[in-house]
Design a protein around this ligand. Structure first.
Ligand code: RIB
Ligand code: CA
Length: 318
């Protein structure tokens, strides 16, 4: 039986890479893609998601509009790391229009799809967690009907890529991240910022990956040109936890959701999110002392099988 996924995205470049890995996996059925504010505006995130589906000839997959802003925090975009439009500002005259979006809103769609497939849906979250927080507020039983939740977000050593101590997805909506880590008690797997840095791939692999002579590779080359320039900047180099490398953050969460054997090392620990700290708002807190008295433990990814991960990426652009 195919693995049923819902992917919640703020399609930027690495979200696009994650979606394309999922589309190339024979064992996966994407029930829907829900969009959220984050890397870029909600409209751009929706449009970029449609662009990715078009280049993969999969516009049959429903795309839904979600939350355009965080629960409480001021709206935050990832600067122009992903480009103003979120996908490298690469001209795309034939881009599909927003009229292709579903009329149903993302959170209602998430709840409906999971109610139609109780216990079978794996939810992959590669954006700020606003849609997921609203979903559990609308339907408190939503998390228990999920098979599993995979998140790209947060941090384990207070390393920030957006604020001093904050990873973008959690900092963009700390209240939503808090609600999700508190209320989603289904099996939860987290690909954090430091984990993604420590498992990044050599740039030489990225060159090989993009050199494939396919429409998908040409598309990826165009949309990732801007971020490849941005990662060379001094500001980005300071964020790096483990030296330079091709870090497709979101794809680690997605790939683990597709094939759990990808993760070769992880640890189980209760987690929450700081909401008050002057420097630490949005930081993920790991409760090794069990002082938070939280029964639910998240599985924090530590290491992946890099060969398997490379193959999944190569297959995504074939
Ligand atoms: O910190 C990395 C995360 O922020 C990724 O999801 C990337 O797409 C950005 O949204
Ligand atoms: Ca993302």
């Amino acid at each position: 039986m195919k693995k049923k996924l819902i992917i919640d995205v703020d399609t930027g470049v690495d979200d696009a890479q994650a979606i394309m890995v999922a589309l190339a996996a024979p064992s996966v059925e994407i029930l829907g893609i829900t969009c959220c504010h984050g890397n870029t505006t909600l409209d751009h995130a929706c449009k970029n998601t449609l662009r990715v589906l078009k280049v993969c000839n999969r516009l049959d997959i429903p795309v839904y509009r979600g939350c355009a802003e965080p629960l409480l925090a001021r709206k935050l975009h990832a600067g122009d790391f992903h480009g103003k439009d979120g996908l490298g500002d690469a001209p795309d005259p034939d881009a599909p229009g927003l009229e292709l979006l579903q009329k149903e809103k993302a959170v209602q769609a998430m709840i409906k799809l999971v109610n139609e497939n109780p216990g079978e849906v794996t939810l992959v979250a590669t954006a700020p967690l606003t849609n997921l927080a609203v979903a559990v507020k609308l339907d408190p039983s939503f998390p228990e009907k999920l098979k599993a939740l995979y998140i790209m977000g947060g941090n384990t050593e207070s390393r920030g890529n957006t604020t001093v101590c904050g990873e973008f997805n959690f900092v963009a909506d700390p209240e939503a991240a808090y609600v999700v880590l508190d209320r989603y008690t289904c099996p939860t797997h987290i690909a954090t910022w430091e984990f993604s840095c420590r498992n990044s791939l050599p740039w030489s692999f990225c060159d090989t990956w993009l050199a494939q002579d396919t429409d998908k590779a040409h598309f990826m080359e165009r949309i990732s040109c801007h971020t490849r320039k941005m990662v060379q900047t001094e500001r980005y180099q300071k964020e790096l936890v483990a030296g330079p490398g091709f870090n497709s953050c979101d794809t680690y969460a997605l790939a683990a959701a597709i094939d759990s054997s990808l993760v070769t090392e992880s640890e189980e620990v209760a987690v929450t999110v700081e909401l008050e700290g002057t420097y630490t708002r949005g930081m993920m807190v790991l409760d090794y002392l069990d002082q938070l008295d939280k029964k639910h433990k998240a599985s924090i990814m530590k290491k992946v099988d890099c060969e398997k991960f490379r193959q999944m990426l190569m297959d995504a652009l074939k």
